[in-house]
Design a protein around this ligand. Structure first.
Ligand code: NAD
Length: 484
């Protein structure tokens, strides 16, 4: 099999296998063909990975930030050089079109390695002068062994978004990719070793939820960073709390996108397309509740349908294809189930709404109009190419409705009224907001959710605070005054 890795796991700088672990079949979602067979980690593999990360950590943290950063930046260069091959792998792992993977996956992973590699040498504590000559200094310290657990939509990106800041701060990592897309993270581990990362600094083990759970509860682990759904987030956060571990939670969403009458309609339609159909809708921050002001509603829907007719479905390896399959048969069936609910609950289907008849797990880009706030498709995260268009009249009304959700990952507004745009984003209960665009996530900017959508932030300088902690050192320059 062309995409079969040398073994399932990458531990202590080497590929490792244990065939006693449960089988994991890797399926190319465009055809249903099995492209690799792996094994879930056994307790012995989990043990080996955690020991390796634990043993490597002190020496890694003892390197200067400049040295650690150089290795990360070298890994970034290698990823960029191999972008096409990595993208081919990512396309087979996820089904996302090569048109997308060549610009959004290994490249975004490389950005993270480059950015945090660049920051590594400047991670310091501070000097705090006190009265009478005393002072405090702080030492920024690594947390220790960090666990990363990934979702299946951006496997390379997630492996790097977690690994790069963790390693920059002097931590080591055990990363568990999603069982649905286990291949790319192994390449990230290989590349880091090639770039000079010492053995054990970045390990990858495969597995289902039980393997993730055994990592989270292990006392050697200081921090857990999860990208996944809210139900998994609740479990992982609770288990981490038991051991008082640090957490970052990047979870699901049902984000609003508001389009006012005065918006540039072409840009608003582009934003709605990017925020609903890129990666076949399998993006956590998608703006799936599109509130369109009544005056432009029909024009918006007409233009949207015209533009969607240009989406090209087909073999994701064809560079002209812009719309690929869902990641798995299961995810396709979940999505088709929501589409049926939308129809049954009275939403008006204006585009798509069916499975695409060909091999693989393709669902048409689907748009429902006249969606109301209580319909299931407007309340639950679908994680598929299904857009709900809701009408609104006033700013006050739409603000309240946009925030009426347990989620708070992202939110966007399209308007040409500058003051209204800033007023709206100030009112959004969401961690990542957009004005006149949608779904961009540059490494320089914090990314993450509020409310049930998450805890902590990835990317930007803020991520450093989530992968390190401060030691406070009080220094007295005076005699010690004791009361007796
Ligand atoms: P999921 O929650 O089913 O699984 C995520 C990961 O957690 C997988 O690796 C899985 O094996 C592991 N896992 C499951 N149970 C576990 C447990 N008890 N303990 C430890 N690990 C466990 O999510 P998914 O279906 O892979 O991904 C889709 C979800 O991820 C969506 O809700 C989406 O919104 C979210 N997501 C969020 C972001 C973000 O940055 N906020 C990005 C991508 C995806």
């Amino acid at each position: 099999m062309k995409f079969q890795p040398r073994a399932s796991h990458f531990i202590d700088g080497e590929y490792v296998e244990d065939t006693n672990g449960a089988a994991i079949e890797v399926i190319y979602p465009a055809t249903g063909e099995v492209i690799a067979r792996l094994h879930s980690a056994t307790p012995a593999i989990v043990e080996q990975a955690l020991n390796s990360a634990k043993n490597a950590q002190a020496a890694w943290a003892a390197l200067s930030g400049t040295e650690r950063g150089r290795i990360l930046r070298r890994a970034s260069d290698i990823m960029r050089e191999r972008n096409y091959d990595l993208s081919v792998l990512e396309t087979h792992d996820t089904g996302k079109p090569i048109q997308e993977t060549t610009v959004a996956d290994a490249t975004s992973g490389a950005d993270a390695l480059e950015y945090f590699g660049g920051l590594a040498a400047s991670l310091t504590g501070e000097h705090i002068p006190l009265g009478g000559g005393d002072f405090v200094y702080t030492i920024r310290e690594a947390l220790g062994v960090c666990v990363g657990i990934g979702a299946w939509n951006y496997p390379t990106q997630i492996a790097c978004w977690k690994g790069a800041p963790a390693l920059a701060c002097g931590n080591t990592m055990v990363f568990k990719p999603s069982e649905t897309t286990p291949l790319s993270a192994l390449k990230v581990a290989e590349i880091l070793v090639e770039a000079g990362a010492p053995k054990g600094v970045y390990n990858v083990i495969q597995g289902y939820g039980d393997v993730g759970a055994s990592l989270v509860s292990d006392p050697r682990v200081a921090k857990v960073s999860l990208t996944g759904s809210v139900p998994t987030g609740r479990k992982v956060y609770a288990a981490a709390a038991d051991g008082m571990k640090h957490v970052t939670m990047e979870l699901g969403g049902k984000s609003p996108m508001i389009v006012f009458d005065d918006a540039d309609i072409e840009n608003a339609v582009s934003g709605a397309i990017l925020g609903n159909f890129y990666s076949s809708g399998q993006v956590c921050s998608n703006g799936t509740r599109v509130f369109v002001q009544k005056g432009i509603k029909e024009a918006f829907l007409k233009r949207l349908s015209e533009r969607l007719a240009h989406a090209k479905t087909g073999d994701p390896m064809d560079e002209d294809v812009s719309f690929g399959p869902m990641v798995s048969e299961n995810q396709m069936n979940i999505t088709l189930g929501y589409i049926e609910k939308g129809k049954a609950e009275g939403a008006r289907l204006v585009y798509g709404g069916e499975r695409i008849e060909r091999d693989g797990y393709f669902v048409q880009p689907t748009v429902f109009a006249d969606v109301t706030d209580n319909m299931t498709i407007a309340r639950e995260e679908i994680f598929g190419p299904v857009m709900s268009v809701l009408d609104f009249e006033t700013e006050e009304e739409v603000m309240a409705r946009a925030n009426d959700t347990e989620f708070g990952l992202a939110a966007g507004v399209f308007t040409n009224d500058l003051t209204r745009a800033h007023r709206i984003v100030a009112g959004f209960e969401a961690g990542t907001c957009y004005i006149n665009t949608y779904n961009l996530a540059p490494v320089e900017a914090p990314f993450g959710g509020s409310k049930m959508s998450g805890v902590g932030r990835e990317n930007s300088k803020l991520a450093i605070n989530h992968f390190s902690e401060m030691k406070t050192v009080y220094v007295s320059m005076n005699d010690v005054e004791a009361p007796y």
